[in-house]
Design a protein around this ligand. Structure first.
Ligand code: NAD
Length: 487
């Protein structure tokens, strides 16, 4: 069945301030579950980055000077349009990124919250009146937009990861050029372009340029782009950070993780294993804050592994658009081979495969490995697949030591019937987010989302920090008359 829609507004096009005429170069957007062609969309050329930067620069100033409520109302209308088109965007997320429906719903709900939070930003009071040593000098610091923001996003939560940057950046007076991953260009960008256009966003303020690393690289290097907001792997983040650093450009890096769940000996094991399964297997483990490593107290480790294995065995895997499944497909052949390679290396190194470790086409079985130790592949590396690695510890200090091994520091969780004991451990974990009596995939649009160590560079998403991220301080002084100087 070929469901390609020649009437879709994004068919063979890119969005550069408006829909460009049918582009010659196109990307085939396919369902990972079936290989079926969803649509052909335009692929941007490097020269488009320059064109988008030019129109963005021209459009940004009047936008920044527009009344706060003008910007807020565009965000509110975009939220209303999203709600109207909910079933369409859910289908796209399910088909294009292989999401199960609850994951697509989670993404959709997060996007609405992001838009509502962003709509409140323009009228928030930000700035400070400063004391001054000079007589009659008015001195204050205010926040001004960065200008043009380049956003580079991955395929795993394509819609939410784009909106969490675009919405606050626009609300605070910036223009945005978005480069979605070429595997998810519609739900990750072109759909959004149409929603914002329909919401009345003035032309030039948003361009969506689907493409590969060359387009991302051109954004990072472009002199008219004042900030790069990058979400993706730590390897690419290092490259982006280096190039942005050379041109002294602000860069926000939200990178990989290999997140720890610590299960203490007094935890409720039914709930702990359910949370553990959700944290490792939601969206086939292709979530930056998924649980990669389960650290379990020796007293309860066998029982926890048994319960988690049972849950993994009972999770149906298949096409999330046509079947009721718990796990959909992995995004690509390259990705599934990488997952399998890491699992095989870990078992070869001595870990025990309790369940899974097999795949058919792009469907990887939920996998549980026990006796995983530091130095083994799934312990040391981000798997980004449905793989739960269990490591046993004997006391709280050992749990912390193990959880803090490795280069990442994104999210962590601790489970215990004693909240104070779990909090005491949580304080020692080097992660940007710690959740007590929960799993690691927790998201709220106002909370500061971000990682430590190789999981980020200190930047944060969430409306609490949006002013800090998408504006910069300007110190202003004003005197009644020009002061006298000795020269
Ligand atoms: P990736 O780094 O390969 O790609 C991310 C984006 O960067 C894509 O749009 C890609 O086209 C672009 N890109 C690739 N090379 C580039 C270059 N040289 N210059 C500029 N842009 C370039 O990441 P991926 O494998 O697609 O995504 C999965 C990774 O993203 C995982 O490591 C995951 O943990 C991470 N992630 C992090 C967060 C977070 O908030 N911390 C959220 C989601 C995903």
């Amino acid at each position: 069945m070929n469901t390609i829609r020649k009437d879709a507004v994004w068919h063979r096009r890119v969005y550069l301030s408006g829909w460009l005429e049918e582009s010659v170069d196109t990307i085939e957007v396919r369902e990972p579950a079936t290989g079926e062609l969803i649509d052909l969309v335009g692929i941007a050329r490097v020269t488009h980055v320059d064109d988008a930067a030019r129109v963005a620069t021209a459009a940004q100033r009047p936008w920044a000077e527009s009344a706060p409520n003008v910007r807020a109302s565009v965000l509110r209308r975009a939220a209303a349009l999203f709600e109207d088109r909910k079933s369409e965007i859910l289908s796209l997320l399910i088909r294009e990124s292989g999401s199960i429906r609850p994951k697509a719903e989670f993404e959709f709900t997060s996007v609405l919250a992001e838009l509502h939070e962003a709509a409140s930003l323009p009228t928030q009071a930000e700035g400070v009146l400063l004391p001054s040593g000079a007589p009659n000098r008015l001195s204050f610091a205010r926040r001004i937009p960065i200008g043009v923001v380049g956003a580079i996003t991955p395929w795993n939560l394509p819609l939410a990861l784009a909106v969490r940057c675009i919405a606050p950046a626009l609300a605070l007076g910036n223009a945005v050029i978005l480069k979605p991953d070429p595997k998810t260009p519609i739900s990750g960008g072109l759909f959004l372009a149409q929603v914002f256009q329909d919401a009345g966003l003035p032309a030039g303020l948003l361009s969506v340029l689907p493409g590969d690393a060359d387009i991302g690289d051109a954004l990072v290097r472009h002199p008219a782009i004042g900030m790069i907001s990058f979400t993706g792997s730590t390897g690419t983040g290092r490259v982006v950070g280096r190039i942005a650093g050379e041109s002294l450009k602000k860069v926000s890096l939200e990178l990989g993780g290999n997140n720890a769940l610590i299960v203490l000996d007094d935890a409720d094991l039914e709930r702990a294993s359910s949370a553990g399964a959700y944290g490792s297997f939601l969206h086939q483990g292709q979530v930056c804050v998924a649980i990669g490593r389960h650290f379990v107290h020796r007293k309860i480790a066998a029982q926890y592994a048994k319960l988690l294995t049972e849950r993994a065995k009972n999770l149906p895997v298949g096409d999330p658009f046509r079947q009721d499944v718990a796990l959909g497909p992995i995004i690509s052949q390259q990705q599934i081979e990488k997952i399998d390679h890491l699992v095989q290396r870990t078992t070869l190194a001595g870990a025990t495969l309790q369940v899974g470790g097999k795949y058919d086409r792009l469907f990887y079985q939920p996998t549980v490995l026990t006796e995983v130790a530091p130095g083994m592949a799934t312990f040391d590396h981000e798997v980004f697949g449905p793989v739960a690695s269990i490591t046993v510890f004997d006391d709280d200090d050992e749990a912390i030591h193990l959880a803090n091994l490795g280069e990442y520091g994104l999210s962590a969780a601790v489970q215990s019937q004693s909240v104070s004991r779990a909090m005491a451990l949580g304080r020692q974990i080097k992660a940007g987010m710690v959740h007590i009596n929960d799993q690691t995939i927790v998201y709220e649009a106002h909370a500061p989302f971000g990682g430590l160590k190789a999981s980020g560079n200190g930047s944060r998403y969430g409306s609490l920090t949006s002013h800090e991220e998408y504006t910069t301080l300007q110190w202003v002084t004003a005197n009644e008359v020009i002061p006298g100087y000795p020269f």
